[in-house]
Structure formats: C-alpha cells, structure tokens
Design a protein around this ligand. Structure first.
Ligand SMILES: Nc1ncnc2c1ncn2[C@@H]1O[C@H](COP(=O)(O)OP(=O)(O)O)[C@@H](O)[C@H]1O
Ligand SMILES: [Mg+2]
Length: 371
C-alpha cells in the first residue's frame, strides 16, 4: 500500500492505532489550481489526465468544513475532556453524541480526536514516563451486531493486542483496561454504538458495562450513535427504581449534531456560509462566486434537507460529472441528473413545493441575488 493509499479514507478503517496515527499525521490535501477553459484546452493529454485525476480526488474529499455544528461540538468536548483531567479515582463525565446518520458526527468527532491527540503528544511527548507509547485517544467503530465481548476485543485490537480467543468478555475487558492505563489513554471513542447488541432486558447489561468502563478506565468516554437516548442509555431514569440507568444518565452529557435549518435568519446565514465555504473549494473552470450560495441555495437545501452528508454527496457527485462531461460548473440541470441518497430524496419533494410556493426560503437577507 502506498503512503497516499494508506491515507485514503476509503482504505482507513481507523480500527488500529497505526491507522489512527496516519489519520492524525496526514497533511492537508492541497487544492489543484483552478485553470481557465483556455488553459484547460491547452493541456496535452497526459497533463489533462493528471489534472482531472487530481480534481476527482480533491472533490471526493472536500471536508471537513468548520460548520457551526462542528465548532460547537468541539467547544463542548474541550470543556468536558479538560475538566475531566482531575486526579484520582473520581469517575469521569461521559459524553454521548446522539443524532441521525449523515449529520457529521463521525467527521466532527474524528477531527476533535485528531486535535486532542496532537495537543497531548505536543505537551507530554510520544512516550509515557514508563517508556510506553502514549495514545491519548482510543477509537473503536462498531459494526453490525457487536456483542460486549466483541467490543472489548475491538478495544484490544486498536492496540494490536488481539486478546486470546478463549478469554471471557470480562478478561478481555481487563486486558483492554491494562492497555489504556499503560498508554495513558484519555479519550475513549465508541462510534456507532447503536450497533451494540441490546438484550430485551432494556439494556441493563450494556449500561452496566459502559458504566464499568466509565468508572474503571481513567478516560472520558465518548459515545457516538443514533437513537442512544431511545435505548435508555442515558435517560435520567424515568422509571422509578431504574437506578442503573439513572446513574448512567447523570454522568452522561448529551450533545447534538443538528441539521441546517432555514426557518430562522440565523439558520439561513449558517446555510449560506456553508455554501460559500464549499464553493470556494470547488475546482471547475466555469465556477463563479455565488454558484452555490446564490444560484443553488434553495435547490441544494431542498435536495439535502439541510443534512451535510447529503449535501456533500450531491456536490461531490456533481463535481465529478461536471469534470467528466466538460460542463465545468454546477447547475440545476446538471445536479438534477445526479442521484442522492434515499432519505434526502424523500424529503425533497415536499420541501421543494414549499420553496416554490414562496412559503420558505433558504436565503439569508441581504444576500446577493442573481437574476
Ligand atoms: N464538517 C463537514 N465538512 C465537510 N463534510 C462533512 C462534514 N461533516 C460531515 N461531512 C460529510 O458528510 C458525510 C457524513 O458524515 P459523517 O461524519 O459520516 O456523519 P455521521 O457519522 O453523523 O453519520 C461524510 O461523507 C462527510 O464527508
Ligand atoms: Mg458515523
């Protein structure tokens, strides 16, 4: 695998510390220069192929953009993680980022993990006082139907410590604890936690296990997933006597990752800023200021319903098509031919109707308008 290949997010499962290190160290991609149509036409075939390949890669990786949602999440995470640095055996506050898919949870959390890792290494060096590698962050992404034992094994695998096949869930858990103590892990991220197998017994067992981690591991536990609160994971224990859940609830701070909305002026401003940031990154010969933020604002909102995942998919695919077909700009006609994910398409029809009927707009006041 080439160095560039190893950094390709498509190849990076980020399930091992080496992958995580590569992610942390990856330099920012550099944006291909924007060439005019004339210069583009003057390129010989080899240069043109190379230029288009560079643009394909660039457009496929436009993020992360510092959206208000991402900034806000980062500020909250810094508050919590830093206030958790108290000594001794005090249980650390846990965090749950609970929101629907495609709202940028993983992206924002990883960007935070990267900054946190860098800061800790810069301040405390890459090795612990005892000479072990320092790993400020341990990150585990769960996949379909993970049991408690698989979760413990996945934590061990992050450290390249596979754990014995014969070990019980508890033994694996203790080994994982050992690794985290030796490597002085401070932040444990469990992404897509909704994949953890929940028994019919209202998740008491799961909840206990996470509580055990939060109590025994000297880390800030960062749970990321969809519908975690519905699973009773950190509700304040509505049912009397449900003390286990109640305790998990009290120590967990819930953070949200909302979609963009256009029903307030502030919301429309944020949407516009996102489109402005995005259009600056687009490398097409006929792109122009306002291509997204003025001309396509309503259209893009209708098609994505404010979900950044859908927006990025649409713009990425649109740019690929614009390069391939020679259109070299994004227009409504071109984007109409680009397919987006199902959920976004479903919400689209209704919203488009409202936008057309003049009942709603995604445009901020005072924004330029292009007739
Ligand atoms: N801040 C951002 N800037 C640019 N793209 C983003 C941003 N947040 C999310 N995305 C894009 O949206 C898609 C979904 O994001 P992801 O973080 O996987 O969401 P979630 O974990 O909530 O399902 C990804 O393809 C990602 O590239
Ligand atoms: Mg995710």
């Amino acid at each position: 695998m080439t160095a560039a290949g190893a950094l390709d997010p498509g190849n990076l499962a980020l399930s091992r510390k080496e992958d995580f290190q590569a992610f942390v160290d990856a330099p920012r991609r550099s944006r291909p220069e924007r060439l005019s149509r004339t210069t583009l036409g003057g390129l010989d075939e080899r240069a043109r192929v190379a230029y288009d390949r560079a643009r394909r890669q660039w457009h496929a990786n436009l993020g992360p953009i510092r959206t208000p949602q991402l900034s806000c999440l980062h500020e909250d995470l810094w508050d919590i993680v830093d206030s958790n640095q108290q000594d001794g055996d005090k249980a650390k506050g846990a965090v749950a980022v609970d929101a629907f898919p495609g709202l940028g949870k993983t992206t924002a959390v990883l960007a935070f993990a990267r900054e946190f890792h860098r800061r800790e290494i810069a301040e405390h060096s890459a090795f612990t006082a005892q000479g072990h590698e320092r790993w400020p962050v341990c990150r585990v992404g769960l996949t379909g139907n993970t049991g408690m034992k698989d979760l413990n094994r996945a934590m061990l695998e992050f450290f390249g410590h596979p754990g014995r096949q014969t070990s019980t869930a508890a033994q694996l858990g203790l080994q994982a604890l050992d690794c985290m103590l030796l490597c002085e892990v401070r932040l444990l991220i469990l992404d897509d936690l909704h994949f953890l197998k929940w028994r019919k017994t209202s998740g008491i067992e799961v909840s206990n296990h996470l509580k055990w981690i939060a109590n025994e591991f000297p880390v800030t536990l960062l749970k990321v997933g969809v519908g975690l609160s519905d699973k009773g994971l950190f509700s304040e224990g509505e049912t009397a006597g449900d003390t286990v859940l109640a305790q998990t609830g009290r120590r967990t701070t819930r953070l949200d990752m909302p979609p963009f909305t256009i029903d307030t002026e502030r919301g429309r401003r944020h949407w516009r800023q996102l489109l402005l940031a995005l259009e600056q990154r687009i490398v097409l010969a006929d792109a122009f200021p306002g291509m997204l933020a003025d001309d396509l604002s309503d259209y893009l909102f209708a098609r994505s319903t404010g979900h950044i995942g859908s927006l990025m998919t649409l713009v990425n695919r649109g740019c690929q098509r614009a390069v391939r077909t020679g259109a070299e700009r994004l227009t409504r006609d071109l984007l109409d031919q680009v397919r987006n994910d199902e959920a976004a398409e479903h919400a689209r029809t209704e919203l488009e109707y409202a936008l057309h009927a003049g009942k709603a707009t995604s445009r901020a006041r005072g924004a330029r308008t292009v007739s």
